[in-house]
Design a protein around this ligand. Sequence first.
Ligand SMILES: Nc1ncnc2c1ncn2[C@@H]1O[C@H](COP(=O)(O)OP(=O)(O)OP(=O)(O)O)[C@@H](O)[C@H]1O
Ligand SMILES: [Mg+2]
Length: 304
Amino acid sequence: MVQNVAAFFRDLEPEDFYLLSGIEQGMRFSEWVQREKLPKYASLTSEEIEYRIDRCMQHELIQRKTIQYEGYQLTFEGYDALALRSFSERDTIDGVGAPLGVGKESDVYEAMSFQPLALKYHREGYTNFREVDREREYTADHNHVSWLYTARKAAEKEYEALEGLYPDVSVPRPVDQNRHAIVMEKLDGAELSRARLESEQVVGVLDLILEEMAAAYQRGYVHSDMSEYNVFIDEEGITIFDWPQAVPTDHENSDELLERDLTNIYGYFKRKYPSETPDSVDTGALAEDITVDELDSVRSYSDS
Ligand SMILES: Nc1ncnc2c1ncn2[C@@H]1O[C@H](COP(=O)(O)OP(=O)(O)OP(=O)(O)O)[C@@H](O)[C@H]1O
Ligand SMILES: [Mg+2]
């Protein structure tokens, strides 16, 4: 599990961040940055580097590996600290609060500002990277794709999708993005998977979800990871979140992905609310209604 760097963030000094961003720079070229290169990357003297390495190692912001040479890389905590510093410098957030969700691919925390926000650190690429690393030990890496890159790309993709969808589609309002992290509106309510709908609400809620999926399609996106875990529900309605794997509608598989999303959501309703959910639903036809902009037929889906 990745530690919450917010707990000791205030103890970090500007020079600690010089070292962290120096190592970040070096990691563009190799997984383990040579110790000799650090003074140049970090613009610090050798003695200062020594001291900063100790501090950053103590906080587990960096790690060391000595095989052919002494090398350093950021841990996810180190990368988190860099993102957090950017958010704090541009006054996006004033503090980090309780965890909202901790998963394999992300850590989400409450964040403080004028209004409650959510801070999501992407963790994509970490497990893969670990496996690759173990298999081949260290060799001069010509074409390494680091977890830094994979996680940052995921955050960029998710943020871009949110910006393209908000406010026409019910998604969390995007606030800021840096490195592998995004800041967005904090959602109230609960995941659909944890809600227990009343009989008379079931079809209405399913309709709301289908309408938002149709609206997202109109805005040029297919979610591609739709499930009861990526929909929030409260008295006001539903919100679809978790968009890093969204594909544009002109992507060659977008219609298949849309149909798979529809099958997932419909399947969930059918399993959890068998008697309230209509039986004969053709998700292929539903997908077609969405792609040819037959919003009315999607909306009156419950009558079918
Ligand atoms: N904007 C938000 N407001 C409140 N809670 C959120 C928000 N975004 C995410 N969460 C919480 O964090 C959890 C994980 O977020 P998300 O689904 O975006 O990431 P994930 O990569 O799917 O994580 P996992 O690997 O656990 O599935 C969500 O299930 C939800 O409980
Ligand atoms: Mg999710």
